[in-house]
Write a protein that binds this ligand. Sequence first.
Ligand code: ZN
Length: 169
Amino acid sequence: MSASNELDKVTTNLVVSMVYELKVNNEVIDSCDDSDPLQFIQGLGHIIPGLEREIEGMTVGESKHVLVKAADGYGEFDPEQIVEMSKDEFPEEFTLEPDMEVTFEDEDGTEMTAFVEEINLDTVTFNFNHPLAGDDLEFEVKITGLRPATAEELEHGHVHLGEHGHHDD
Ligand SMILES: [Zn+2]
């Protein structure tokens, strides 16, 4: 008789394989299945807080319906993240289109993603909110695998996929 094995349940520093379906307003907007499960290290904030908390302790093969409020998901919609910029700030050959995704880099090299909200005569309005900010999220999740993270994965803070899956970042 063995004591309960800690690898049986989702907990910090285990690599979790999970399939899921995500609905917003009853519409499926994202999903993955067994052919390409989401893999991440539990407890490191790789997935949204409301989901990470709810899957803690789940076992392989277990499914769960999880409701995540916006604040525990991609955050509330922040009107201050709507920013108007002069078109002069962009190179002439740079064509801006509605809904286009644009990546900005600040002085520290930190990348920020925004979407073109509105194109005006002389200005462009960008939305720096996450596309799912302000949305309540409805997940159907299933845990499909668990294994301990390797020392190297823990050091890097991310999963190395497959046998030769190492990458240098
Ligand atoms: Zn790595």
